[in-house]
Design a protein around this ligand. Sequence first.
Ligand SMILES: *Cc1c(COP(=O)(O)O)cnc(C)c1O
Length: 370
Amino acid sequence: MSKATETILEINLAHLTHNYNYLKSKLKPGVKILSVVKASGYGSDASVIAKHLEKIGTDYFAVAYASEGVILREAGIKTPILVLHPQPVNFQKIVEYQLEPSLYSSRTLKAFITTLAANNQKDYPVHIKFNSGLNRIGFGENDIDHIIDQLSKTDTVNVVSLLSHLAASEDHTEREFTIAQINMFKKTAENLINTLGYTPILHQSNTSGILNYPEAHFDMVRTGIGLYGYGNEAKYDTQLKPVASLKSVISQIHSLEPGASLGYNRAFIASSYTKTATIPIGHADGISRQYGNQKGFVTINNKRAYILGNVCMDMIMVDITDIDCHEGDEVIIFDAESNAVKVAEHSGTISYELLTAISPRVKRLVIDDN
Ligand SMILES: *Cc1c(COP(=O)(O)O)cnc(C)c1O
């Protein structure tokens, strides 16, 4: 692989295939895989990721918002796309682009039926979302009669799935809570199915649900972070391969005498002789200010170089006092070895936030070894 000569996010499709197959190996035959490609494919490139997953056989896609689904359709994706958290203002777009909404309240169910009727639609695929304890979005267990009442008055919708979302599937100390969520979803789904007269697909597990709760796999699982190479636990991280690598380059090297300051607001003052490297990546690229002042680090020639002072909009400055390196050398922000979990945790955040923050200004480079 050639060395980075500017800031670049590499997207490794062989790693994506590996992760997909690993997650699939955890499922009973016949359990479907829904690939979550929201937030630009966890900060990479949703269309590139979705095209590859479509090729290797994913059953479904999910995005958070309608606009993300439109991008996938315009890229030529034909696989069904579930929109997890749609707003009624976008229901017309959802129908135009053949996207499938998760309906999570009386208000959204009613509004979507109205949109379908106005478009002369019949048996349009929709998904009913239940709240089993996350208390974010979803119908409650006491809403069954209301849902049935709404559905019995219309032939516009076909409920293709019932879903719910786990609150703490990665947290082994919350096992009891998670089991209660699973049981609540099972019971609520059964109640709805009894009166519905047909059996939609059931799904509740995210990546950590797949890895930690086989009893929550149902008919389909929804995986996001796992596909991108992270398993929310060291023992799974070692089995997965990070898809995205963020790399940059040393623009310039400075030598600071004791007492010299560095960067905006003089946030770093050298207490002794300090060598610094300036890197062309900043908060406008997704390296938030929380990584500044020695919380975040980059890797140069296999050594950690901590960010000194404040993160600028377009640059960071890192400590290379003890690193043998030169202007033009490659800098790793995260890759398969120095991965996003290590960098994020050191700065008090999680891999999800670091990955999804990488802004469109950073050039994407697709590596397809297949
Ligand atoms: C984002 C999301 C997922 C994917 O979760 P991961 O932990 O990344 O696997 C699954 N389901 C819902 C409802 C989500 O919002």
